[in-house]
Structure formats: C-alpha cells, structure tokens
Design a protein around this ligand. Structure first.
Ligand code: DGL
Length: 280
C-alpha cells in the first residue's frame, strides 16, 4: 500500500500531484489551475525516462508506481496521472495500492464519437496508448457499435519535439501537417489528441485547418480531467477554500535549465519552485 504522508491526512490545503513523463502534463495542469485557482500543485516530470510512449507496459507500470509513490510521500491529497501512456498501463495498479484518489485519462474517443458527422475519427497518440486495452476497449464499446471508423497514428518525433519547446523549423511540422491533411482528405472530421503533450500544438494545427478551410475538430481530455478532479474534491470535502499562495512546485528526475524554461513557457508561470534538487 502506498500511503499519503501522515502529516497531510485530510488536509484540504494539501497539494494536488500531477504526473507525466515530461512536460506534457502541463497541458492538463493549465485546466486544473484555471478551474481550481485555490489549489496548490506539485508537478512530477519523469524527464530521465521520457518518452514513455515507446516503452513496454511493464516498464511504464514500474515508473508510474515509483512517481506516484513519491507524490504520496510529498503529502498530495489527490494525484492526476496526466499521461495517457501511464494511465493505460498503471491506473488500476496505482488505484489498488494508493490511499489517495487517483485520476487518470484516456484519449477522448467518446466525445469524438458524439461530434463526428462523417463517422470517421482519428486518434493521434503514443504507440503504448494505441496498443493498450484502455483505449481499444473504448473503441470497441463506443465507436465500433455506431459504425464509426477510427484511424490511429503514432509519430515518435512529436513528444521529443514538444519537450524541446516546439521549434517551428522542425521537420515534425511537415509530418504533422501531412498527416492532418491526409486524414481530412479521407473524410475524418475529428482528430483526438491522445497524448498530453499534443494540446500544446493545438493552436498551431487549428490555424492550419482554418487557413486550408478544413472542417476538422481537434479534441483532448484536459478539461474533462480537471472537471473530474474538481467534482472529486467537492465530493470528499477536500477542496481548498483559501487562496493558494504557493507557486507551482516542480520535481523532475532529470532537471536542467532548458527544462525549467520550457516548463515556464508551457505553464505560463513566471516563477516555478524547484523541489527535490540542489539547484534552484
Ligand atoms: N504525455 C504522455 C502521454 O499522454 C507521454 C508521452 C511519452 O512520454 O511518450 O502519453
């Protein structure tokens, strides 16, 4: 059993833990913070092991258990696994072992099925997420019975590109546009961004779709996850009622100045407190 730090038991001012392999989970953090400004957040990035998306399920499970256990030890009252790949392989195991509520995520296939008019949707995600039962069960239970065709694609360069701050001159930009155009030509009208790193290029991709007059929606799970977290905190009377005065705290298994700069840029925070390292 992974227990929460005893000092924080039942303390509504205790932090919310957010975990991802890298900076991708910050796309979820943005929704969490917007919806729950009173809350204090600890962000755990396993940057020594990013990307998770091409790892085997057992390794993802091991790394996720380790990260969640650290967040519990830091006294988090609730933990968000802000990573589709980690949720796919570790959500059940973490829930069985953890004494605090755990919220994970799955690519937004259900809402995509409600939105589509062409009965064709696409999921852009990591190989690990695309192979996992968690996603394929949703496709089998929701998309297939309605006759909705689901195209899946993994582009290994996307996560490293986001981790590197998304340089616009990268060849990844061309690959992304080529894939989007191909799906649009095939009649896909909803693209699910099934990795938490991807909402960071949603704006860029939306501008491309608008410019080309392509009627394709881009959706992700970030807002739904934040709403779920809020409803759980309300349900357990664990929401903080006092304004948060602590900056977002970042712990990374590999920390350097580039990571801090990217985390600041993506989170919109001018000051992030670095924890668990000598460097400040
Ligand atoms: N952002 C994560 C996800 O949602 C992990 C990406 C990776 O590390 O490959 O799957």
């Amino acid at each position: 059993m992974i227990n929460q730090h005893p000092d924080f038991k039942d303390d509504p001012t205790a932090p919310i833990g957010v975990f991802d392999s890298g900076v991708g989970g910050l796309s979820v953090y943005l929704h969490l913070k917007a919806l729950m400004p009173n809350e204090h957040f600890i962000y755990h990035a396993d940057t020594a092991n990013v990307p998770y998306g091409d790892k085997l399920g057992d390794e993802i499970l091991f790394l996720t258990l380790k990260a969640v256990s650290q967040l519990c030890q830091r006294g988090c009252k609730l933990i968000v696994i802000a990573c589709n790949s980690a949720s796919a392989y570790a959500l059940n195991a973490v829930r069985e072992r953890c004494s605090v509520p755990i919220v994970g995520l799955v690519p937004a296939v259900k809402p995509a099925c409600h939105l589509t008019h062409t009965q064709k949707i696409a999921v852009l995600a990591t190989q690990a997420t695309l192979n996992a039962e968690l996603l394929n069960d949703v496709i089998d239970d929701v998309a297939t019975p309605q006759g909705i065709v689901v195209y899946k694609h993994f582009e290994p360069m996307l996560v490293p590109w986001v981790e590197n701050g998304m340089p616009i001159d990268s060849q990844v930009v061309h690959l992304l546009i080529k894939q989007t155009k191909q799906w649009a030509d095939m009649g896909v009208d909803v693209i699910v961004l099934g990795c938490t790193h991807y909402p960071f290029f949603k704006g860029f991709l939306s501008s491309y779709l608008q410019k080309e007059n392509l009627a394709v929606h881009l959706i992700d799970s970030g807002l739904a996850v934040a709403q779920r977290v809020k409803s759980l905190l309300d349900l357990f009377h664990m929401a903080s009622s006092t304004p948060n005065t602590t900056p977002m705290q970042l712990y990374a298994t590999h920390l350097d100045d580039d990571l801090i700069a990217t985390a600041k840029k993506l989170s919109g925070e001018s000051f992030i407190e670095i924890i668990g390292h000598h460097k400040t």
